[in-house]
Design a protein around this ligand. Structure first.
Ligand code: G6P
Length: 463
C-alpha cells in the first residue's frame, strides 16, 4: 500500500535530535499507526521548502519525499490549499481568496505527487490519497496508472453546494476526486454534499453512495462516496494514561497551577476554525460576572503554531493574544492566573498528562472535519472522570452524544455549558465518560482503516 499526503508523518527539523519531528494535525496522528501496521510507503512533503532528499526508512515506514520549492509552498500550500480550499470548505469562516496563479500551482504540484506515486507503486497496488491538498491526484494517477486501486480520504468538511459553487474550478476538483474508486468523508453529510455537487455540476447519476462515472473510453465505472469517521489509536492513549510517570506529571501540572479547584483545558492548532476566541469570550465573561473566581479556576490553552505565513493566521494570533492579555490583566492575582496560554506543541506524553489534569475539556470549533482532540481526551480518562464540552459543528459530535454539546456562536449557551461541566457530579461524569470511552474504543483508527480498505478491496475484486 502507498499512502500519499501533503506532509510526510515527520517534518525535517535540524534543531531536534535525529533531524525529524512529528508533523502537526489529525491526519498524521491517524495514519501513522495504520502504515506502521500494514507496511508500505508514504509519499509526501518533508515540510521545508527546497529540500531534496532520497527515500528513507523511519519507525517501520518507508518515506518517499516530494520536494516543494519556496514558490510551490507560497502558491500551492499557503495559497490554494490554505487560503482558498481550507476557508471555503470550512463554511467561509474566513473569506477564501481565488487566484488563478494559485490554481495553476495546485495543478502542477498535484501532478508532481501523482508522478511520484506512479513511479513508486507496484503493479496493482492500493494507493490511499489523503486530504484537500491533493484533490486532483486521484484522476491524474488513474490516467498515469490504470492498474492501481485508488482511495481518497477527505479529512476536512465538504461544504454545502451553495458554498462549494463559489469555487471557480469546481468542476475540475470534482473530476479530480472522482478518479478514486472509493472517496471517503468524515460525516454522512459531507458525502451527501459531495454527491449533490457531482449531480449539479457534472450531471452524473448518484444513488446511495454509488456514483456512475463515465470514463473517456466510453465505459461507465462506479465510484463509492460515503462516510468513514476517522478516529485515534485509543489503546495507545489508554496505555500512556496508566503510566505512573504520566499520572505523576498530571499531578505536578495541577500543583504548578496552584492546585485550582477546576482546570479547564483547550488544545488546538492556532486556526480560525477552532473557535478559540469564542471560548475565551465565554470564559472572560464568566469571570466578569463572578460566576467563576480566578482563585478557583484556570484555563490552560495550548495553541500550537500553524500556517504562520498566511495572513488570516497572523491576524488570528494577534487577536487571541490580545484577548488573553486583557483577560489575564483584568483578573489575575499575584498567585493565580486566569489563562495559562502556551503557543507551543507538546509531545504525546505531555498531552496525556494535560488531559488527565483537566477537569473540563473545551472543544468549541466553529467547523471541524472530525476533531481528534475530543477523542484523545476521552481515551486518556482512564479514571472515568472529566467532562467534554463539544461543539455540535465538529464531526466528532455525530458520534459523541454523551458530551455536553454547545453551539459556540451562542455565548450565553456556551457559558451555561461550561458551568454545567464544572458543576457536574462525579457520578454523572463517570456515567457519561464510560459511554464515550466505549464508543472511542470500539471505533478506533484501526477500525476506520479496516472499513475503508475493505471497501477498496471489494472494488479490486470486481475490477
Ligand atoms: C488538518 C488537515 C491536515 C493538515 C493538518 C496540519 O488536520 O486536515 O491535512 O496536515 O491540519 O496542517 P498543516 O497545514 O500544518 O499541514
Amino acid at each position: 500500500m502507498i499512502v500519499v499526503s501533503n506532509r510526510l508523518p515527520v517534518d525535517h527539523d535540524p534543531s531536534v535530535e535525529g533531524g525529524w519531528r512529528r508533523s502537526p494535525g489529525g491526519l498524521v496522528a491517524a495514519l501513522e499507526p495504520v502504515l506502521q501496521r500494514t507496511g508500505g510507503a508514504w509519499v509526501g512533503w518533508p515540510g521545508t521548502a527546497d529540500l531534496e532528499i532520497d527515500p528513507f526508512e523511519l519507525e517501520g515506514m518507508s518515506l518517499v519525499p516530494v520536494a516543494l520549492s519556496a514558490e510551490d509552498v507560497a502558491l500551492y500550500y499557503e495559497g490554494f490549499s490554505n487560503d482558498t480550499i481550507w476557508p471555503l470548505y470550512h463554511d467561509v469562516i474566513s473569506p477564501p481568496a481565488y487566484h488563478r496563479e494559485w490554481w495553476e500551482a495546485y495543478v502542477r504540484v498535484n501532478r508532481r505527487f501523482a508522478e511520484a506515486v506512479a513511479s513508486t507503486a507496484a503493479e496493482g497496488a492500493v494507493v490511499w490519497v489523503q486530504d484537500y491538498q491533493l484533490q486532483l491526484v486521484p484522476r491524474m494517477l488513474r490516467e498515469l496508472r490504470p492498474d492501481l486501486v485508488i482511495g481518497y480520504f477527505h479529512h476536512i468538511p465538504f461544504p454545502a453546494y451553495g458554498i462549494y459553487a463559489q469555487l471557480p474550478w469546481r468542476k475540475q476538483v470534482l473530476e479530480g476526486l472522482l478518479g478514486a474508486d472509493v472517496i471517503g468523508f468524515q460525516r454522512v453529510q459531507d458525502a451527501g454534499n459531495f454527491a449533490t455537487a457531482v449531480r449539479r455540476q457534472l450531471g452524473f447519476e448518484t444513488k446511495a453512495g454509488a456514483i456512475r462515472v463515465p470514463e473517456p473510453d466510453g465505459a461507465v465505472r462506479t465510484a463509492v462516496a460515503k462516510a468513514y469517521p476517522i478516529s485515534i489509536d485509543a489503546d495507545l492513549y489508554d496505555e500512556l494514561a496508566r503510566r505512573p510517570e504520566v499520572q505523576a506529571r498530571a499531578a505536578e501540572i495541577r500543583e504548578s497551577l496552584g492546585n485550582p479547584k477546576t482546570i479547564l483545558f483547550g488544545v488546538d492548532r492556532l486556526d480560525y476554525t477552532k473557535g478559540i476566541g469564542h471560548r475565551l469570550k465565554a470564559y472572560g465573561e464568566l469571570l466578569e460576572d463572578h460566576r467563576l473566581d480566578v482563585e478557583d479556576v484556570t484555563l490552560v490553552q495550548v495553541a500550537s503554531p500553524s500556517r504562520e505565513r498566511v495572513a488570516a493566521y497572523m491576524q488570528l494570533r494577534d487577536e487571541i493574544e490580545l484577548t488573553v492579555g486583557r483577560i489575564n490583566g483584568d483578573h489575575d492575582t499575584v498567585g493565580h492566573t486566569a489563562i495559562r496560554y502556551l503557543h507551543h506543541s507538546y509531545p504525546r506524553e505531555e498531552m496525556v498528562a494535560l488531559y488527565l489534569a483537566a477537569d473540563v475539556m473545551l472543544v468549541t470549533a466553529l467547523r471541524d472535519g472530525m476533531n481528534l482532540v475530543a477523542k484523545e481526551y476521552v481515551a486518556s480518562r482512564v479514571d472515568g472522570r472529566g467532562v467534554l464540552v463539544l461543539s455540535e459543528f465538529t464531526g466528532a459530535a455525530d458520534e459523541m452524544s454523551q458530551a455536553v454539546k454547545v453551539n459556540p456562536h451562542d455565548i450565553e449557551g456556551l457559558k451555561d455549558a461550561i458551568m454545567t461541566a464544572i458543576e457536574m457530579s462525579p457520578s454523572e461524569q463517570g456515567r457519561r465518560m464510560r459511554a464515550l470511552r466505549r464508543r472511542v474504543r470500539d471505533h478506533d483508527v484501526a477500525d476506520w482503516s479496516r472499513r475503508f480498505l475493505s471497501d477498496l478491496d471489494a472494488v479490486r475484486a470486481t475490477s
